[in-house]
Design a protein around this ligand. Structure first.
Ligand SMILES: [Zn+2]
Ligand SMILES: [Zn+2]
Length: 341
């Protein structure tokens, strides 16, 4: 089932507009609320049989998608379409954070980021290296979790004093017990195979106060993917993540001692709720040194993740020429050493 959103005034294709938060028509400027877009202008086309082939309603072309795509644009006429049957049943998202950063703004930010990378090779910015800029809704699970933890530790307080010719050291031992009950709300885990987990973790945080109930018009004009891992498969990953927080919480409650040695620590985390959620990301793919690189931006907050391209000649010049800018040198050295994101 292919869904097109047609402008009730002029018949052109409408797309979700990040600035106004509405469905918007580029031809005549009409804007509609996502929640009350008139159903009679949502055109569905059902595929026949099991072998699903999606066709664009405008030009009849076959819409090229892979099995995970849930929203895309027609590669011939550019119409934004939503593949409704891939968003139903247990594939129906519960929540979405809509894009608030436009394509133009994302592109501007990419250029500014390249120029700030002072080690960017000469000519990088003048050549047209950007292969694609794509707004993608990435599938996530957001978990509400409860952790109950018990910890037992032996702590010491050490006091030294001198009397006469002697220095005395007095060590007092304490049995310390902690029992905590913690709730964590909306802990995210990236549910798509294609996206690097590390990259997605670095795009956090998202502002969850802006979570909306899912509605298909939010996807119009963007690319969207469906989840590859369900909420049970990712639970162990978020549990690990949370248990780090629980441990540091417990550590923070034990203060005023000289030493702390844990005898036992037991953390039990359970899932209270998991929401299938789509989060907005801008991806810029660019070419450099015969390899493709990725610049990614949180489509809600504008936070950037990626590494500016580096010219090794320029790095050498920096090491030779500038002795005072130690901080920046360290930073650039870190870029060279650090692989991936
Ligand atoms: Zn219109
Ligand atoms: Zn088309």
């Amino acid at each position: 089932m292919v869904i097109h959103y047609k402008c009730p005034d002029c018949g052109a294709d409408m797309g979700f507009d990040s600035e106004s938060g509405k469905l918007s028509c580029d031809s005549c400027g009409r804007k509609d609320n996502v929640e009350d877009f008139p159903k009679e202008f949502m055109f569905n086309r059902f595929a026949e049989g099991e072998a699903v082939e999606y066709h664009c309603r405008n030009c009849g072309a076959v819409i090229l998608t892979d099995a995970d795509t849930t929203a895309t644009t027609c590669s011939f006429c550019g119409a934004g379409v939503v593949l409704g049957d891939r968003l139903s049943g247990n594939m129906a998202p519960a929540k979405v954070i809509p894009f608030t950063i436009s394509k133009e703004k994302a592109m501007k930010a990419f250029k500014a980021w390249c120029k700030n990378g002072r080690l960017t090779p000469k000519g990088f910015m003048t050549a047209d290296r950007v292969k694609s800029i794509t707004g993608i809704y990435v599938p996530f699970w957001l978990y509400d979790l409860n952790s109950k933890a018990q910890a037992d530790a032996v702590c010491t307080k050490v006091r030294s004093y001198s009397r006469g010719d002697y220095i005395y050291t007095e060590t007092s031992y304490y049995d310390v017990h902690r029992s905590v009950d913690l709730n964590y709300l909306k802990v995210p885990a990236d549910a798509s195979v294609k996206m690097s987990d590390q990259l997605m973790d670095k795009l956090e945080p998202f502002d969850y106060s802006q979570l909306k109930d899912f509605n298909t018009p939010y996807l119009a004009g963007y690319i969207a993917e469906k989840y590859n891992y369900d909420d049970k498969q990712l639970l162990s990953r978020v549990k690990c993540r949370i248990e780090d927080y629980v441990e540091s919480y417990i550590n923070a409650t034990i203060t005023g001692y000289n030493t702390t040695a844990y005898k036992s620590k037991h953390i039990d985390t359970t899932k209270k709720q998991a929401y299938y959620t789509l989060l907005p990301v801008w991806m810029v793919c660019y070419d450099y040194n015969q390899a493709e690189h990725v610049f990614a931006m949180n489509g809600q907050t504008g936070k950037i993740v990626g590494k500016p391209p580096i010219s090794y000649g320029k790095v050498a010049a920096w090491f030779a020429g500038i002795a005072s800018a130690v901080f920046i040198l360290l930073k650039s050295a870190a870029w060279i050493i650090g692989g991936g994101f």
